[in-house]
Design a protein around this ligand. Structure first.
Ligand code: NAP
Length: 276
């Protein structure tokens, strides 16, 4: 029997590309999105079943899982992909805006996972793949809130993995770098537009704007393909490997984070992000 994957946030970006890729590989795909009229990025394929799921709505999560199992007969892999970035100075972000960031990026993934685990436990198999970010390993300036949500996602996934091993279930993390071809950056602009401007930060904003401006164009041109391939590898490699970091743009900083001393890491990142 063909394997079945359920993916959240398939209206665009990595989610839609992952749905199309798995369907082309012969998988059954439960492509979920909060507004099913936004299904235009999905290929027309009998392997793809589109259903509504808003990660902030617990009932829609339960319903999508039941509908998906009824449609295809099983779920083998769940990809917690739905997410967005609240970027800007921390002090400018309201508690409510931060809460919503965590509701989607962290509690949404937790609620989907809690809903599928009884089914995976009864099968003694299943794979959970959580889409983190380089910002799940590194605290980026102007992205402290987003980074904190992805750090939370990674810490939770890493701890959860140990709990699930004896039940035949694996939990994995994908850490993409930047991808300009998804809807992510345009939504960042929309989310950040609502933040208050605090004048004391203007010199820092001007300086960090130049840093990020200089980084434009450094994202991997084929980032979406690399991320989709990493998700496919994570779903099919049969290992208990925890992390997959498929794009080259963040490798130097991830390497400094993970393979050098704290002091060397800080010197390296200061040289990137702080004024000389
Ligand atoms: P995207 O094109 O904006 O896709 C995000 C998806 O999440 C959309 O389908 C969006 O649906 C969905 N979503 C947002 N809130 C939701 C909710 N409450 N319930 C269900 N779905 C919801 O951006 P993307 O780049 O593909 O992002 C996918 C994941 O990759 C995110 O977790 C993001 O943090 C991560 N990531 C992205 C990058 C990057 O540079 N692109 C880098 C690292 C990690 P709507 O269309 O309804 O808004």
């Amino acid at each position: 029997m063909n394997k079945t994957i359920l993916i959240t946030g398939t209206s665009s970006g990595f989610g839609a590309a992952t749905a199309n890729y798995f369907a082309a590989k012969g998988w059954n795909v439960i492509a979920t999105m909060r507004d099913t009229t936004k299904n235009g990025n999905l290929e027309k394929s009998g392997n793809i079943f589109v259903t509504q799921l808003d990660v902030q709505d617990k009932n829609s999560i339960d319903k999508a899982i039941v509908e998906g199992i009824n449609h295809f007969g099983s779920i083998d892999v769940v990809v917690n992909n739905a997410g967005y970035g609240l970027f800007g100075i921390f002090e400018s972000a309201s508690r409510e805006a931060i809460q919503t960031q965590f509701d989607v990026n962290v509690f949404g993934a937790m609620d989907v996972t809690r809903a599928i685990l009884p089914y995976f436990r009864s099968n003694r198999s299943g794979t959970i793949i959580n889409i983190s970010s380089g910002a799940g390993a590194i605290g980026f300036p102007m992205a402290s809130v987003y980074s904190s949500s992805k750090f939370a996602l990674e810490g939770w996934t890493e701890g959860l993995r140990y709990e699930l091993v004896s039940l035949g279930i694996t939990a994995k993390i994908i850490e993409p770098g930047g991808a300009m071809q998804t809807g992510f950056m345009s939504r960042v602009g929309g989310e950040s537009a609502g933040l208050n401007l605090i004048e004391d930060y203007l010199p820092f904003l001007e300086q960090i704007g130049k840093v990020y401006g200089g980084m434009q164009g450094t994202a991997d041109a084929d980032a979406v393909e690399k991320v989709v391939h990493a998700i496919y590898e994570a779903a099919t490699d049969g290992t208990d490997r925890l992390r997959y970091s498929p794009t080259d743009d963040i490798k130097p900083i991830l390497n400094a984070r993970r393979n050098t001393s704290e002091e060397e890491y800080q010197t390296f990142t200061n040289s990137i992000f702080l004024a000389k």
